[in-house]
Design a protein around this ligand. Structure first.
Ligand code: BGP
Length: 477
């Protein structure tokens, strides 16, 4: 039995500029990180392992996100489809390199700003609230090459300028903001989150946490600017949350799981929500010989720039034990967790755990006591277009239904939940594979891994299902 979702609950879908816009050299846009990340098997290696050098090698690799699904030219058609499903909210990101093509300019690119004006206007035409991520894995490439990404303190100022330009321009159009997408993912994928490619394993310590400090200061400055420029806006942090279970009741494993959970799930959120470094990081910094360089006033800024809500993505849980062997690790468990015998996994090995979403919502709310927003969740799957043109994605409906049910339970538990924007509401390029065939959408896009396809949009079975879910405010699942 579905639970009643609150009035005004923000049902919708989520996307990111670099995964759907395409038009990667149009409108004055500069190159950014995903523009040079190849698609295919090599992608996961490039984003997680040391040694990537950010040089484009068009001969050797494919770059499906250069055209992506061409939202840049087709946003009107796509937004009309979102409106048909009854979306109340649409999560999207702004490509930093459309606004500041190199990242270190002082004057924003008018063509880039105008593009997002058109998108916001189109959304508002249908009463859809834009929910905007300021930076979703797409730092301008120039900042990466010239400054070493977030390792360089000067980037804080560039980001502040960028965020402030957005607040000033869109203050009447956007009331929901997020600073950095999945900020904690930089611990595993520094290229995507922190804008630098680690060259050796040891870079995962001093440079990584220095880069994090800069991001925290930048986030705090953006929060302060947002509150000043748009007093009725809400601005959140955004983390990838994977509740971490101990494999068994052996206290060694319980402690290990707790440590992993604190570092991955809570370190970033604690700084952004509570406005201070958590006590447990002191020991971690000491043990890994990390000495953060701070400027006077940084700690006060963190305190002042606390976020209004916690947004998070939820795809899977993680199971840990202290002395794990390589063969214990589940295939596709990108965070290195071990296989959970109680769970089935997606075709990419992501373990499906709807109750884990209820656990996450309760844990986050217990810890922070601020409104929560599920801004990503969904099933990546291969879809088949039947001869009659239909796409019967019952597996996706099952996944989403069970997760929405658990959200209802969490609301009953007392959690304050603002909304739900499922990931990839329209098929788009996958972040981890760089390909099209890992699909999440309610809307199918005729585009394939080799770049072929008409880009035609088709409604899947889940399109009609989600439309009913929204129309009944989550009553009919
Ligand atoms: C999150 C990212 C998204 C997204 C999603 C699904 O980590 O914020 O950008 O793509 O995961 O991941 P994937 O595309 O790798 O299946």
């Amino acid at each position: 039995m579905a639970k009643r979702f609150p009035e005004g609950f923000l049902w919708g879908g989520a996307t990111a500029a670099n995964q759907l816009e395409g038009a990667y050299r149009e409108g004055g846009k500069g190159l950014n990180i995903p523009d040079v990340l190849p698609g295919g098997k090599v992608r996961l290696k490039v984003i997680t392992e040391p040694g990537f050098n950010f040089e484009i090698d068009n001969e050797k690799y494919t770059y499906p996100n250069h055209e992506a699904i061409d939202f840049y030219h087709r946003y009107k058609e796509d937004i009309a489809l979102f409106a048909e499903m009854g979306f109340k909210a649409f999560r999207m990101s702004i490509a930093w390199s459309r606004i500041f093509p190199n990242g270190d300019e002082t004057v924003p690119n008018e063509e880039g700003l105008a593009f997002y004006d058109r998108v916001f206007d189109e959304l508002h035409k249908y009463g859809i609230e834009p929910v905007v991520t300021i930076s979703h894995y797409e730092m301008p490439l120039h900042l990466v090459k010239e400054y070493g990404g977030w390792r360089d303190r000067r980037v804080v100022e560039f980001f502040e300028r960028y965020a402030t330009a957005l607040f000033n321009r869109y203050k009447d159009k956007v009331k929901y903001w997020m600073t950095f997408n999945e900020i904690n993912s930089g611990l595993h994928m520094p290229i995507m989150g922190l804008g630098f490619a680690i060259q050796e394993e040891r870079d995962r310590y001093q440079p990584t946490f220095q880069a994090y400090h800069h991001q925290f200061v930048a986030s705090a400055k953006a929060v302060i600017a947002c509150h000043k420029i748009i007093p009725d806006a809400k601005i959140g942090c955004m983390i990838v949350y994977t509740p971490t279970y101990a494999f068994d009741c052996n206290p060694e494993n319980v402690m290990y799981a707790l440590q992993e959970e604190r570092l991955f799930n809570y370190f970033c959120g604690d700084v952004q929500v509570r406005g201070a470094y958590p006590a447990f990081m002191k020991r971690y910094f000491k043990e890994h010989n990390i000495q953060l360089e701070m400027e006077p006033g940084d700690l006060e800024l963190l305190k002042e720039g606390k976020v209004d809500y916690v947004a998070f993505s939820y795809y899977m849980s993680r199971t840990e034990k202290k002395d794990k062997k390589p063969e214990d690790v589940g295939e596709g468990n990108i965070l290195g967790g071990i296989k959970n015998p109680f769970l089935k996994a997606s075709e990419w090995g992501w373990e499906i755990d709807p109750i884990g979403l209820r656990v996450s919502l309760n844990q986050l709310y217990d810890r922070y006591q601020v409104p929560l927003f599920v801004v990503e969740n969904g099933l990546g799957a291969y879809d088949k277009v039947e001869e009659d043109g239909s796409i019967q994605d019952d597996y996706r409906i099952d996944y989403l239904r069970s997760h929405i049910q658990e959200m209802g339970e969490a609301i009953e538990d007392g959690v304050e939940l603002m909304g739900y924007t499922s990931w990839g509401c329209i098929d788009l390029v996958s972040a981890s594979t760089g390909e099209m065939s890992k699909r999440y959408g309610y809307i199918y896009v005729d585009k394939h891994d080799d770049g072929s396809g008409t880009l035609e949009r088709k409604k899947k079975k889940s399109f009609y299902w989600y439309k009913d879910v929204i129309a009944t405010n989550g009553e009919k699942l």
